[in-house]
Design a protein around this ligand. Structure first.
Ligand code: FES
Length: 211
């Protein structure tokens, strides 16, 4: 592959992640998050490049990414609004809230507004039941919602008043870890060799037991 889609920074961070795992494919999910942070969703060209980085086929990367709710293989708006309709939120008016959100944003759940700013979706329990009904915006929580406070939230997002606490979709963290998990190449090589030896030994003893 000659054309690079992922930025030099993303590729550098992906290389650091690859160093942390005995098998490159184990870094697949975190690298998908890096690519999603760059583009807001996993573009086909990013998927192809990730596949190359972790030694998988693009179809395998797509198959894995499409399994996880937090990874998006279709474009999403700048803000992904996820309204929980699970039991605690349901009992506190979640479906009415979702209906209101559809009306206010003029989009059905699962769709994106015409201006590309908001994607609305229905979500399972977001683990913030004590503040039901709850929604997440780009994985940041907003609870005890009413139709009115939802509208205020949407207006504030549009006006950029949440820019400090709600980053663009795809950004999981804004502060990068500067240390802690870094390992040197020799350590990784040693770990890989030890794991290969353990696997070979297990395979050998398994063969002896079954003969
Ligand atoms: S049921 Fe909505 S956050 Fe748990």
């Amino acid at each position: 592959m000659t054309e690079r889609h992922l930025s030099a920074e993303v590729r550098a961070r992906a290389a650091e992640l690859l160093e942390l795992y005995p098998h490159p494919r184990s870094a697949l999910i975190p690298i998908c998050h890096l690519a999603q942070e760059q583009d807001g969703w996993l573009r086909p060209e990013a998927i192809a490049e990730i596949a190359e980085l972790v030694g998988l086929a693009p179809a395998e990367v797509l198959g894995t990414a499409s399994f996880y709710d937090m990874l998006h293989t279709e474009p999403v708006g700048r803000y992904l609004v996820s309204v929980c309709t699970n039991i605690a939120c349901l009992l506190r008016g979640a479906y009415e809230l979702l209906e209101h959100a559809e009306e206010h944003l003029d989009v059905r759940a699962g769709g994106t507004t015409a201006d590309g700013v908001f994607t609305l979706e229905e979500a399972e329990c977001l683990a913030d039941c004590g503040r039901a009904p709850v929604c997440q915006v780009n994985h940041r929580f907003f609870g005890d919602l009413t139709a009115q406070s939802f509208d205020t939230l949407v207006d504030s997002l549009r006006a950029g008043r949440h820019d400090a606490d709600v980053p663009p979709h795809g950004t999981l963290i804004r502060v990068r870890r500067q240390g802690g998990l870094r390992v040197d190449g020799d350590t990784v090589a040693g770990e890989r060799a030890a794991m290969a030896a353990a696997i070979a030994q297990r395979a050998g003893s398994g063969g002896a037991a079954s003969s």
